[in-house]
Design a protein. Sequence first.
Length: 258
Amino acid sequence: MKPKFKKKVIAAVVSVITSFGVIAPTLTISTTASATGIPVFDGGNFANMLINATNQATQISQQVNQINQAIRGNGLSEQMLRQLGISNYSGIISQMSKQTSDLNKVIQASNSLKQSVGQVQAEFKALYPNAQSYKNKTPDQMLSDFGKWSNQLQNANATAMQAQASVSAIADRNVKIGNVLSESAGAAGASTVSQIQGTNQLLGVLGQQMNDLHSVLATGQRATMEAQAQAQAEKDAMRSDWKNRNTSNLGSYSSKGY
């Protein structure tokens, strides 16, 4: 950026101390970007969002591990179902097989969420550690960085939604299994039904955690799009300024008879 263009830019850099003690700078805002109605990117909010998303992804992973232990601990074998006096045990065995399959999907999703969100946070912290780092980036660099993170957050959000669907399927199946046990096994199956109901409570918490993460990731993705819009506005302003200066120089040469 040449000196003449710098005079046209009013930088507004604000650093925000997050609740975790992290300095989270906001993006340098130019009058060109704000005057055209471009959404203002707030780097402090984005940093906080990434912290929240990473913490939520970690909590989800822990919750999934707890549910995994509970479901596998409640595993209903053919022998156990026979002991409970259930004649149509093949249907429950089939349902339990589907439970295991969906649970594996949720485990894979939780690991993927934790890794992808953590990667975005680590990269953002490394590339934009303070207010000065924004000034050192060209619009093209910012477009590349935030474009990549936008895609990663979008993919993570899709993963969270798919996992949430699997969680709902597991919970619904648990209800059906519990109903069959209550009707067929009576008091003998009461303990197992109680365990299944306890697992469903854990699944309910997990479903809410997934929903919360979905909201945070959607907000984060919108923030990356705002950052890209600002970077593009800055790039367009630089191009326009360069064009105006060169047009002015050509006019000056013509008036001198060149």
